[in-house]
Design a protein around this ligand. Structure first.
Ligand SMILES: [Zn+2]
Length: 117
């Protein structure tokens, strides 16, 4: 989903909604978006929380805080996206080499036959 930046600069801010990104809760009247929205890539660098339809300003973050927040996000995502077993296992290279060898042998036989014949 997207909304216009709360500071009024008019920039469209996109907040992907998923358990790994932002969670939107609607209590029947108002919406709440968690966690806070930090527009660090925008010139306004606004940072706020939308809670029960109201903007709560969260204040500017230092570059260290932003880096730390991003690192934590990445770690959380990596932990949730654990590698799963592949549903289509790649055929063993030995098998493929076997087919190639057989094909080469067959071609050799064929060319030998053509020369003799
Ligand atoms: Zn803004």
């Amino acid at each position: 989903m997207s909304h216009l930046c709360a500071c009024g600069c008019g920039t469209e801010v996109v907040t992907p909604l998923s358990p790994l990104d932002w969670r939107l809760t609607f209590d029947g009247v108002t919406i709440t978006i968690n966690p806070s929205i930090g527009n660090w890539s925008l010139p306004c660098r606004s940072h706020y929380v939308i809670k029960q339809g109201l903007i709560h300003w969260a204040g500017d973050w230092s570059d260290e805080q932003i880096a730390e927040g991003r690192r934590r996000d990445l770690l959380a995502k990596r932990q949730k996206q654990a590698p799963s077993s592949s549903p289509n296992p790649i055929p063993a290279p030995a098998t493929r080499r076997g087919i190639l060898r057989r094909l080469r042998n067959w071609l050799k036989k064929f060319s030998a036959y053509s020369i003799v014949g």
